[in-house]
Design a protein around this ligand. Structure first.
Ligand code: NDP
Length: 400
């Protein structure tokens, strides 16, 4: 029961959400709340382990004048001067801005070597945006075929709790991708005061709906909600984020399953180089449940020899120097330097990091692109592929 009413169908869920207050992004002239050191520490300590699986990033063909904003949790933030206008511009280009609640600000210009390289790159850039566009065209055909056969569209439900502006931007981009491909999106918006029981009931209703093929809860959830319980409650057949323990187990045991979107996108990026994967030595830096571990399993499936490195790995460069394929998913600014990379390696940079008012990747792009044969840029590499893989998972879930 929600708000004294029983939920009977997905229409009830969405109907309720329409009555809710529209979430507003912070206005340009609004005075930000500057947190005390204690507040900042508290916020950092409450970073959930699983973060948004589908962060979208700035388009790499434009350099926006942005105000980088420190957020509640350690995600990257780019808040443009004229926020709504810039956001619209970015969305028109098929990308999103990463917007966080304003805590304090420093002004900078977003730019990257991949936009106007001031050095000679010897690597081929793996263009995640172009690949993403190509895959989305194929997905649109599959979605159309599904609709003809089943007399309804593939359905993806997105549950979003609270007013976090970044989460709302992420959701908006997912809806946009759905529209582009021909997937029907059901957005269930609830305010920050939503209880665990209410959220459980929402998920149960979505689990039972015949119109909903995929369910995602936009992460992070507000702190008072039990994220792990919610993720496990989602029907594993509708778990299009691929976070359910059943899907993780199936990946681990080599069974067909819904795979986490970022690693699935990475595999597509690597395959787009047309290099043979079998027998290659793949080194992954990072062992998170959403990137490091699943990508290790997927590369193993491709018959790579896989090494997983982490913060306790001794002599990291000794491992990375032997990598034919190097995946950097660390979350530390330009952590991987040129001297850590083997000549001719494929380098996949997953990182999106904020440091001193600028956006940074996990790999030093300038140095790496003098050594690697292929490299993903940030932005424009892994990021665009993540939402595309969410769309692919939704169609896969519907087709079972
Ligand atoms: P986590 O923080 O969950 O994991 C980071 C991993 O890096 C951990 O396994 C950690 O080791 C390891 N690590 C940290 N420091 C070192 C070090 N000095 N040497 C070796 N390993 C180290 O991050 P995520 O996996 O969630 O994300 C990684 C990055 O990718 C982030 O920048 C994130 O923003 C980005 N990301 C981008 C996505 C996209 O779509 N583009 C999607 C998801 C993430 P240990 O386990 O020992 O602590």
């Amino acid at each position: 029961m929600i708000g004294g009413q029983f939920i009977h169908s997905i229409k009830d869920l969405i109907g309720e959400s329409k009555e809710k207050k529209k979430v507003e992004l912070p206005k340009e002239d609004e005075q930000p709340h500057i947190p005390t050191k204690q507040e900042e520490k508290k916020q950092i300590n409450t970073v959930p382990k699983i973060r948004d699986s589908s962060p979208s990033i700035l388009n790499d063909t434009v350099a926006f004048d942005c105000v980088l904003v420190e957020g509640k949790r350690d995600q990257d933030i780019a808040l443009p001067h004229t926020e709504m206008q810039q956001q619209k511009k970015a969305e028109d280009l098929g990308e999103s801005l990463l917007v966080r609640p304003i805590l304090n600000t420093t002004q900078t210009t977003i730019s990257h070597a991949s936009q106007t390289p001031s050095f000679k790159s010897q690597s081929q850039i793996i263009d995640g945006k172009a690949l993403s566009t190509k895959i989305r065209e194929q997905l649109a055909k599959q979605a159309e075929k599904f609709e003809k056969k089943n007399k309804r569209k593939v359905g993806l439900a997105v549950v979003i709790i609270g007013d976090d502006p970044a989460s709302h931007v992420y959701v908006k981009n997912k809806i946009k991708a759905c529209e582009e491909i021909g997937i029907k999106s059901y957005v269930v918006k609830r305010d920050i005061n939503t209880t665990q029981d209410q959220l459980v009931e929402i998920i149960q209703t979505l689990n039972e709906s015949d119109e909903v093929d995929g369910i995602i809860t936009q992460l992070p959830l507000p702190r008072h909600l039990n994220e792990a319980e919610i993720l496990e409650l989602i029907d594993s057949r509708k778990d299009v984020d691929g976070f359910h323990v059943e899907n993780a187990g199936k990946l681990f045991t080599g069974q067909d399953s819904l795979r986490p979107c970022t690693p699935a996108g990475i595999i597509e990026l690597i395959k787009s180089t047309k290099k043979r994967l079998e027998g290659k030595h793949a080194v992954i830096i990072g062992r998170s449940n959403i990137v490091g571990k699943p990508i290790a399993m997927m590369l193993l499936e491709e018959n790579c020899t896989v090494t997983i490195c982490h913060s306790r790995t001794k002599n990291l460069a000794r491992h990375t120097k032997r990598a034919d394929i190097l995946v950097a998913a660390i979350g530390k600014k330009e952590f991987v330097t040129g001297d850590m990379i083997k000549n001719g390696a494929i380098v996949i940079d997953v990182g999106i990091n904020r440091h001193e008012g600028k956006l940074h990747d996990d790999v030093n792009f300038e140095q790496a692109s003098k050594v690697a044969s292929h490299i993903t840029p940030v932005p424009g590499g892994v990021g665009p592929m993540t939402i595309t893989m969410l769309m692919a998972n939704s169609i896969k879930a519907a087709s079972k």
